[in-house]
Design a protein around this ligand. Sequence first.
Ligand code: 5GP
Ligand code: MN
Length: 330
Amino acid sequence: MSPTRLPFSEQLAEASRFILKGDYFLVVSHVNPDGDAISSTLAVGEMLAQLGKHYILINDNSIPDKFVFLMGNRQIADYSTKPQLQFERIITVDCADFQRVGSMKELFTAGIPLLNIDHHPTNDYFGFAQLIQPEAAATVEILYGLIQELGTSWNQELASFIYTGLLTDTGGFRYANTTSHVMRIAAEMLDHGAMGNEIADRLLERLTMPQVLLLQKALISLSFALHGQVSWLSVSHEDIGELHVSNEDMDGLVNYPRNISGVEVGMLFKETAPNQFKVSMRSAGKVNVAEIAHFFGGGGHIRASGCTVEGSFLDEVVSKVLKEVGRALL
Ligand code: 5GP
Ligand code: MN
């Protein structure tokens, strides 16, 4: 973490100045965006709209279908379609390092002022200005503070964005990051009209058919090591292709090994391309999985992290990762 980290109130003041001074913004989140990434993008867009700014919301790829209900008549452009972009400032949300934006990193040229808003403890403080609070449960929790600082007003949609990021990054208000502050903000968002039950139903309960068919296959791969303290599932590139599963279809899979009693570290190995494995890690508390992911060039949170590891076979990648997990469990 940067030794020059400013107190949060000063970071908020700097972020406000950054926003008030600019006119044309690009708002960017990370590849394979989750609920917090999408909600944060939309919430920043709403703030900018209220301030009369010009802005483009954009992601490296298209937005997963299940989030479309949140967007109303808003658009999040798909960078892979090479849209026309006019901007003078960039705001990144929920990105721990600039690699997380995917191919959009080519826009991050020297001289373009960038504001980095994030809650990952592994954030490397890229950009010109930072609004970073690792204690925050979600990036939207930080945005709640920014909305208050800027004095923009609440409406049902903005409240739904903030509520969604809190709901999804706390696993439905269940993880250790579910503080009383999170619950107070969530309650306030319900008062502002956020549709709590609809959001939970669409994002946490509903399953797609490919998702369940993949679960059926993945459970066969369930494995254990280190006296049952580590467990994992894997999905092959073939299965992903055959079942037409999307990234978000694979979202909850890592919870199966994670939730087994006695398991300290639960993992999912997804073969995203031949010889390339995306690893999701979840900790029950003993192990800091952000450090393990960081070792492999990824990052994340103490209890939830991810990285990409190359290897010709699944077994090779599993043993590389197990070696580091074993070390952490010593
Ligand atoms: P997931 O396993 O659900 O993809 O990610 C869990 C957490 O780790 C998320 O907070 C996500 O932001 C972070 N994460 C996942 N993959 C990467 C990665 O490749 N690099 C970094 N820096 N963080 C990641
Ligand atoms: Mn987040």
